[in-house]
Design a binder for this molecule. Structure first.
Ligand code: PRP
Length: 183
């Protein structure tokens, strides 16, 4: 079995450490609190990667809010084809709600592009995006991002919800993998 200490040995470096994540989330939470006062705030995240950021971000927002979760999967010849389908939908209606989509990372933007199109059809009062990590050099479709944690370079990153073959999600920081793990 592989413990946290074993995971650390497979990393090449820490890209965003725990303190920076904590500070940035506190700032984002404060801004969201100011912007959404008096509104029917619903935070929607995309499983699995978004669950860690969602958990910390919601606790930095000093407002009543609801949380909901979706799962999507890409199909077609390559992810860049942008064919996405919903494998788990929201549990509740978002009609008239102030919806904030919470993502751990935006890469090509195709997942979120699809998701925003689907959610917009459900007539929320507003629809905005909050992302922790923006790999903007990889973007294929432009997206409006209201709240952003960090811009990151085009490196494969793990931790804080992000995985490689299902592992590393529980790391409390964002890290790069050692070359031998990348294969
Ligand atoms: C990640 C992330 C986004 C998507 C972004 O999910 O959580 O949903 O990729 O990539 P894109 O901008 O190129 O569409 P992933 O497919 O790794 O699934 P997971 O959340 O279950 O790890």
């Amino acid at each position: 079995m592989c413990g946290k200490r074993d995971l650390d040995t497979q990393l090449s470096g820490v890209l965003v450490d725990e303190d920076r994540i904590r500070e940035r989330i506190a700032e984002l939470g404060q801004r969201i609190t100011e912007d959404y006062r008096g509104r029917d705030l619903v935070l929607v995240t995309v499983l699995k990667g978004g669950f860690v950021f969602m958990a910390d971000l919601t606790r930095a927002i000093d407002l009543p809010l609801r949380m909901d979760f979706m799962s999507v999967s890409s199909y077609g010849p390559s992810p860049a084809h942008g064919q996405v389908r919903i494998t788990k939908d929201l549990d509740e209606s978002i009609v008239g709600a102030a919806v904030l989509v919470v993502e751990d990372i935006i890469d090509t933007g195709l997942t979120l592009h699809f998701l925003l199109k689907v959610l917009r059809q459900r007539e929320p009062e507003s629809l905005e995006v909050c992302v922790l990590l923006d790999k903007d050099v990889r973007r294929i479709v432009e997206l409006p991002i209201a709240y952003k944690g960090f811009s990151i370079p085009d490196r494969f990153v793990v931790g804080y919800g992000l995985d490689q073959a299902g592992a590393f999600r529980q790391l409390p920081f964002v890290a790069t993998l050692a070359d031998e793990v990348m294969g």
